[in-house]
Write a protein of this length. Structure first.
Ligand SMILES: *[C@@H]1O[C@H](CO)[C@@H](O)[C@H](O)[C@H]1NC(C)=O
Ligand SMILES: *[C@@H]1O[C@H](CO)[C@@H](O)[C@H](O)[C@H]1NC(C)=O
Length: 402
């Protein structure tokens, strides 16, 4: 009954805040691929530095045009047929404290979603008819900060959080995402979660009204003046710099940690064993990428007609049996599963980090400032071969012996 309860509480939150005209789509999308490409942050790079799980339309590619991708895509892994958008986030790995190898944590299907193949739950919310402007073809954005390793200190109004379930079947899933003072944390849960845990990635809801994208994929959008938050922030005021309210895109991914919950499988030093695929052991660097791809004005119609969950007369639905057939071939052929010696792309990550402190000679010992765990530059890669994103990794690494 957790599903019914949580959905009812979501309706309650939305309607108490905004009255009857509010809209909140909630639907599932299966994975179309798990791959090491990132058309937003590292366009054209095959492979990109870290692994992602991707959902949505099959126009997903290492390079994606600014044109209308709903015209290119042939299918979608989402249950709303009009949604050819792509959404992607970092994967989660478990690191064995016994031998240091990594295993990808499986995704489980969210509450009241249906027979998805892994994937995510997608929300689009609007406070009322005519109050949000749907995205334009070519629009894309990024949520979060991959380099973050410390809390934002925004209290419950965060853009990213984890919910620790009390037990199987989403036990304890009562409050709006990121608002539960007991079960929600901005970093990885510090203790094993008997029912697994859920990632929430919430995108900004204010737009500058002009740019479909900006170089860092963030500057054309903004949070409301009171800060980010799950559904309730939809009523917030947008800053003058970003006056146009856009639907709130919000992703949930549920992780089946059951294979890694035993006490003996956790580190004895009080740390937790999970790591995001970009090497973040804190969880504060959780992030999401979005490329808009709804057909025509279908999203605007859904937002203006009080659509709720999967109930929307303006949209067409498909079964998961059909949605699950929409897949994209891997661009990078590598093992993302099994017990891995390193996170996929670990060398590229290492060198990205090195690049911030200048080119580090092979054999140099470096430490992540937040962890003080030394890593050794072991591979003679040239800086020019590696995508360089100083803003994403600045200040994370200190190297000795140069
Ligand atoms: C992806 O891009 C490659 C070239 O970069 C192109 O050959 C291929 O058709 C594209 N796939 C899709 C689905 O757009
Ligand atoms: C590493 O340890 C895990 C348990 O923590 C185990 O399942 C796995 O088989 C081990 N791998 C190797 C290569 O020993």
């Amino acid at each position: 009954m957790a599903s019914l309860l949580s959905l009812i509480s979501l309706v309650g939150v939305a309607q108490a805040q905004f009255g009857g005209g509010s809209a909140m789509l909630r639907f599932g999308c299966s994975n179309i691929v798990i791959d090491r490409i990132d058309p937003l942050v590292d366009p054209g790079k095959i492979p990109s530095p870290h692994v992602h799980q991707i959902i949505g339309g099959d126009a997903f590619n290492a390079t994606m045009p600014m044109s209308d991708i709903s015209e290119i895509a042939k299918c979608t892994s989402c249950t709303f047929e009009e949604d050819f958008s792509n959404y992607w986030t970092a994967n989660v790995y478990y690191k064995s404290p016994k031998n240091g190898t990594y295993k990808r944590v499986p995704i489980m299907v969210n509450d009241a979603i249906g027979a998805a193949n892994g994937g995510m739950t997608v929300y689009y919310s609007s406070p009322g008819k005519g109050q949000t402007t749907a995205f334009k073809p070519g629009f894309r954005m990024f949520s979060g900060n991959a380099a973050r390793r410390t809390p934002t200190n925004l209290g419950r109004r965060t853009q990213s959080c984890f919910r620790c379930y009390d037990g199987p079947n989403f036990q304890g899933n009562i409050m709006s995402p990121c608002f539960d003072p007991v079960r929600d944390t901005e970093g990885f849960p510090a203790k094993p979660c008997p029912g697994g845990w859920r990632s929430s990635v919430i995108f900004p809801i204010c737009w500058d009204g002009k740019n479909l994208d900006t170089p860092n994929h963030v500057d054309h959008v903004a949070d409301p003046v009171d800060g980010p938050a799950s559904f309730t922030s939809m009523g917030g005021k947008c800053p003058a710099s970003h006056p146009v309210k856009i639907p709130q895109v919000h992703l949930e991914i549920v992780w089946d940690t059951s294979a890694f919950n035993k006490k003996e499988d956790w580190p004895t030093d009080g740390t937790q064993p999970f790591v995001l695929s970009h090497g973040d052991t804190t969880g504060y660097g959780q992030h999401g990428d979005y490329v808009f791809g709804w057909k025509g004005d279908s999203l605007q119609q859904a937002m203006d007609n009080a659509c709720f969950a999967t109930n929307c007369r303006q949209l067409k639905s498909q079964t998961f049996a059909k949605a699950n057939q929409c897949v994209v071939k891997n661009a990078v052929k590598e093992n993302n599963d099994g017990w891995l010696q390193t996170l996929p792309g670990a060398l590229a990550q290492l060198f990205l980090l090195d690049a911030d402190v200048g080119c580090v000679p092979v054999g140099t010992i470096c430490a992540e400032i937040t962890r003080q765990e030394p890593v050794k530059a072991t591979h003679p890669l040239h800086r020019s071969e590696i995508p360089f994103r100083p803003q994403a990794y600045a200040g994370r690494l200190r190297c000795y012996g140069r």
